[in-house]
Design a protein around this ligand. Structure first.
Ligand code: ATR
Length: 283
């Protein structure tokens, strides 16, 4: 029940109606009997400044930001945590005593999802794609102590632009490649392969994955951040090769779990996030 003391958190985006975050967070609040409610706010691009000012004025405790606000929101915050600053994007804001602090739990979510299966410290990791998700994940992996990162992208120059940004901040080996023979060579001694592109996403389930089973090895861990379908073409190929797989739902769960932790300071009920997400996706 909403009371006079209920704390308000929510998500601002355009579109926002398909977001799976409201059911995940509200179920977690209910499970722990926390007097919080999570609400979707449909905020168009030009309305972000008054929306954030309104959130501050109304004592909203926390926000998630999604498309198209993850970068613009930085203009209206007081502080950024280290990862958000490096990535240049914020998906989580915590409001306390007139201070708005920005975080990025997208990269954190992916790293947690991988660390459930294998440590990332000192590992060689290939990331396919060079967009916003690849950026968040690659910076967070380097912050977590990854040994070597390779950005492989359809348009190699976009991969090299991200490589340059990573190298400006970390003195670790980072390479940029196209999708081709070089990628096949690098895969031989790679520990983790992550797809951040929309290849294989519904309604294009039949699209040929960028890496097939013959190029994988059984000790490889393969993570696709696409969560619809749950088992993408890439994950089918990984199974064929005897590699371990991590579905895209895990990153979605852990980005929410980490936002919950930031807002409440309470250990999040991961199993509730997972149960609700699977139910919402019809699994
Ligand atoms: P996000 O911000 O969610 O990561 P994005 O910025 O649109 O998404 O990035 C999409 C990434 O997927 C890009 O790296 C894009 O490659 P290009 O730089 O060549 O555009 C990649 N991508 C999109 N569609 C693709 C396809 N059909 N095959 C291969 N890569 C694709």
């Amino acid at each position: 029940m909403i009371t006079g003391k209920t704390a308000l958190v929510g998500i601002m985006g355009d579109p926002v109606e398909h977001s799976l975050s409201p059911p995940m967070h509200n179920s977690a609040f209910h499970h722990l009997k926390l007097d919080y409610v999570y609400v979707p706010f449909h905020v168009k691009r030009g309305n972000l400044a008054p929306a954030i000012a309104g959130a501050r004025a109304m004592g909203i405790r926390g926000l998630n930001l999604t498309i198209p606000h993850k970068q613009d929101v930085i203009n209206y915050l007081d502080e950024l945590d280290q990862a958000a600053e490096l990535i240049g994007a914020v998906n989580t804001v915590k409001f306390t005593n007139d201070t708005a602090v920005g975080f990025n739990t997208d990269g954190m979510g992916a790293v947690k999802a991988i660390e459930e299966v294998t440590p990332v410290k000192d590992r060689k990791i290939i990331i396919m794609g060079a967009g916003g998700a690849a950026r968040a994940i690659s910076f967070q992996l380097l912050l977590a102590g990854a040994g070597e990162i390779i950005i492989a992208n359809r348009t190699q120059k976009n991969a090299c632009k991200l490589r340059d940004d990573l190298k400006m901040n970390f003195s670790l080996p980072v390479k940029c490649l196209g999708i081709g023979n070089d990628l096949t060579m690098e895969l031989q001694d790679t520990d983790v392969l992550i797809n951040t592109t929309p290849v294989g996403m519904h309604p294009h389930e039949d699209q040929e994955p960028m890496v097939t089973a013959d190029k994988m090895h059984p000790a490889l861990v393969v993570n696709d951040i696409v969560y619809n379908p749950l088992k993408t073409g890439l994950l089918h190929e990984a199974e064929k090769a005897g590699a371990k797989t991590i579905s895209g739902t895990k990153m979605l769960i852990y980005q929410g779990v980490e936002a919950f932790r930031i807002w409440t300071g309470i250990k999040p009920p991961v199993e509730v996030f997972e149960e609700v997400l699977m139910r919402e996706l019809g699994h």
